[in-house]
Ligand binder design. Structure first.
Ligand SMILES: [Fe+2]
Ligand SMILES: [Fe+2]
Length: 375
């Protein structure tokens, strides 16, 4: 896989000039009467009837595609297949108990504590709030894969926690007792709960706007910034030869998250264009500011004591730098102009440069291993 690249910036806020307003409300594809009851249901589908939400084409028919890029995402996702059991964690046990300083253990445990809760939330978001609103099968199929991947990520953290013999009750409860971790989760829960209801009226412009903002938050910030940049403290340990097994696990997760983020941003752009949505600038500003404040508090808690090679200030600045990238990919203005790339090695982590070692050290043979293609 190539390093993460910038998507061409096409301003979505101009979409209103190009697209017809959405009139009259159309039935959801999955609300069509069964075959035999409606003569119109016997007609072949026109892929142009597909929409991100409120489409009229039969949801059970994959092709012809309206969104071929969504199918490509599904194929790409299937090239990054692994299980946490395949990565050797033996040295991590030694590192954690004998080589990490107390400050480094604090960082490691709290990153893990945040991630455990966060990935379950990600699974619920895409599986329960987002996927059911989609009315094109090629979108739902990638999201179904994404739901599986989020649960795989949760398994990965659990595997690390078990291997290192950490106190599960303590780790999993940490977000409930540490305000700086809770702040990020609470913010995400709020965005999730706003669109979690089934039967949301997507013909209502305010509801649609809220849904777009929620999905934008999850794809662009939660996955695109908080996950993408969230592994960095452990990669900083990896660069010093510490916790390399955990870091490798996170590299696999990061590859998934890059795709989740890219796909979600693409869907949001498509939704904005199809529905002729104008995102409220004040709502967007609030989105970025809340995310920055939560991330900044979290960074301050992680790095109460300095850690060799990384710090709270580096983490905060890198958040702002990556946030600008996500905004450009969304076709939006940069929220933090001038933010610098203070962790230039971060993007390289997507590349899994140690693949050779991975194949040497893997402990099980995976049936589709021959199909792996590390571009
Ligand atoms: Fe995930
Ligand atoms: Fe994800």
């Amino acid at each position: 896989m190539a390093p993460e690249t910038e998507a061409p910036a096409r301003p979505v806020t101009d979409s209103g000039k190009a697209t017809a307003p959405r009139t009259p409300p159309i039935p959801a594809a999955n609300a069509l009467p069964p075959l035999g009851e409606d003569p119109a249901a016997l007609a072949p589908i026109d892929p142009q009837d597909k929409r991100v939400v409120g489409g009229r084409a039969d949801i059970n028919q994959l092709a012809p595609f309206k969104y071929p890029w969504a199918w490509e995402y599904f194929l790409k996702a299937n090239r990054n297949h692994w299980t946490p059991l395949e990565i050797n964690m033996a040295q991590d046990v030694q590192d954690y108990h004998h080589r990490l300083t107390p400050a480094e253990r604090h960082v490691f445990e709290n990153v893990l504590a945040y991630l455990t809760t966060s990935d379950i939330l990600a699974m619920r978001n895409i599986g329960l709030a987002v996927m059911e609103k989609m009315t094109a099968p090629e979108l739902q199929i990638y999201q179904a894969r994404q739901v599986y991947e989020e649960s795989l990520h949760t398994w990965t953290y659990q595997h690390c926690i078990e291997t290192l013999n950490l106190d599960q009750r303590e780790i999993y409860n940490r977000y409930r007792v540490v305000p700086e971790i809770h702040g990020k989760i609470a913010l995400s829960n709020r965005r999730l709960n706003a669109v979690l209801r089934s039967g949301l009226d997507m013909g209502n412009r305010d509801t649609l706007h809220e849904f777009a903002l929620s999905y934008l938050f999850f794809a662009g910030i939660f996955e695109g910034c908080w996950f993408y940049n969230g592994f960095t403290p452990i990669f900083a340990l990896q660069r010093r030869g510490l916790m390399k097994g955990t870091a490798e696990q996170l590299q696999y997760i990061m590859r998934d998250e890059v795709l989740h983020c890219g796909f979600g941003i693409r869907v949001v752009r498509q939704l904005i264009q199809e529905e002729d949505l104008q995102l409220d600038p004040a709502a967007l500003r609030l989105l970025w500011d809340e995310a920055e404040a939560a991330e900044s508090a979290y960074a301050g808690y992680l790095f109460q004591e300095p850690m060799l090679g990384y710090s709270a200030d580096l983490h905060r600045e890198q958040f702002r730098f990556i946030a600008n990238r996500r905004a450009r990919q969304l076709g939006l203005e940069e929220p933090f102009p001038g933010a610098a790339n203070v962790v230039p090695w971060l993007d390289e982590q997507v590349n899994l440069r140690k693949e050779k070692n991975f194949f040497e050290t893997r402990v099980t043979e995976y049936q589709t291993g021959g199909a792996l293609n590390w571009e």
